[in-house]
Design a protein around this ligand. Sequence first.
Ligand code: IPM
Ligand code: MG
Length: 358
Amino acid sequence: MDANIVLIPGDGIGPEIIAEAQRVLEVVATRFGHSFNFTSCPLGGNAIDNFGTALPDETLEACGNSDSILLGAVGGPKWDDPNAKVRPEQGLLKLRKELALFANLRPLKMYSALAEASPLKPEYIEGVDILFFRELTGGIYFGESKRETLDDGSERAVNEMVYTTSEIERIVRLAGEAARKRRGKLTSVDKANVLEVSRLWRSVAQSVVDADFSDLNYDVVLVDAMAMHLINRAKDFDVVVTGNMFGDILTDEGSMLPGSLGLLPSASLGESGPGLYEPIHGSAPDIAGQGIANPLATVLASAMMLDHSLGLTDEARALEEVVENVLNAGHRTADIADGGETLSTVEMGQKVIDGLNG
Ligand code: IPM
Ligand code: MG
């Protein structure tokens, strides 16, 4: 197949890990007889520096016309001033919204070779395999916001949290379909004991399940309880669906179970059109430019891209298997090092390439 892939290296370690993912994808293309055409676009802090905006029009246009988008990471201390007019994160949020990427899939899978890297005891992480569906274009992230000065000179700020029936229905439906292909368990997470938005979420989710997913083992969990369950009984969960901010927080918490953020990919999908694939980790400015970042989360995000946007399921599975083999063989970047020799970003990318060619 021929595919047009937009690469967004972004900030910090972004360019280093995207370079490795590109090398890996080129080998996938050669080995499986495809042709991938790559275009690199600015987004985030680098775009602010060079174009005065976090999401240049050209980037949005190239993304909209592509088959899929692979993003490194955006942001960094240089652009962190809370009072700044433009912030790198705005670029990412706008890209998600403009491309209507409402479903953020974040798989949480344990690698037995890395059990040591987890801060939890092995019995808590063994067998954990969760797929989060985080709603990505609604909720408190995109509600009206305002900030005003009161008569006494103090300030007041407001962020509205909004969900509509259709926004809830479509994400629950996707999550339900995924659960059906996995272990048949779906959990919806909300805060219905306090928030009106969550009460709507809960009743809409229940209607969708009653109408179309009565074959699933369905339950609801409050978000604060979910934060606990992720630590003490994560293996009980299969597919978890939740709103934008709860999903943001729970997936960062969950990412600690395997012990390193450096291994977790994510996919942001819409009803149609290109998907956006990225590692869950950020731009890691503390190690940027040193060539030591772990490229595997981005490589795994590339595998999700092959699967979901390009329909190349065999290629995706092959790539995931190679990553697992590389870890089983004991190869480690610094973030998951176990005292032995550590590989650079490029060396780790090369291990994956060798595995694909081997
Ligand atoms: C994420 C990130 C983003 C978010 C930031 C960078 C805007 O934390 O993708 O989880 O909050 O959605
Ligand atoms: Mg986050």
